[in-house]
Design a protein around this ligand. Sequence first.
Ligand code: HEC
Length: 139
Amino acid sequence: MNTRTKTALIAVGVMLGFWLLTKGLNSLVRSPGATSYAYNCAQCHGENGEGIGQLVPPLANTDWLEENINQVPCIIRHGIKDSLFVNGVWYNEEMLGLAQLNDIQVANITNYISKRFTKEQTFFTQDKVDELLNACEID
Ligand code: HEC
């Protein structure tokens, strides 16, 4: 093997190493909100917020979420059973609340979906989320 081939092989090896390293680090630094979303919401709303047909409304690129992002903490905790018109489709199923998620997890998920799925990307402090949770209308 001549020196040029060796150098080329080493270069490819180094690049492959970096690629694997970035992939590994990426999954390690996945935010708590992303992890909680994947675990608690994605089975219905989809990994990419696409929803499920006429059954579960999407979260990604919807006017509904853009306009109602303040309601998300209460929806996570207590669920929602309204008729919702989201991206041109009526949804009439019920979402149950995820009462097992604590206030911090609710804040992390709210910020994650705000950042990932809305243009406004409103950030919610923990205080703000607690305030919203205390004001939920429960029926
Ligand atoms: C078992 C399925 C299911 C799970 C799990 C679920 N949802 Fe829902 N979600 C629904 C359904 C169904 C609706 C529509 C309810 C209605 O029509 O009133 C909905 C509505 C919503 C809405 C309002 C409509 C919209 O598309 O913006 C938001 C926001 C939402 N869910 C967020 C979440 C978040 C965040 C989680 C995870 C913490 C979650 N949901 C977990 C089924 C689910």
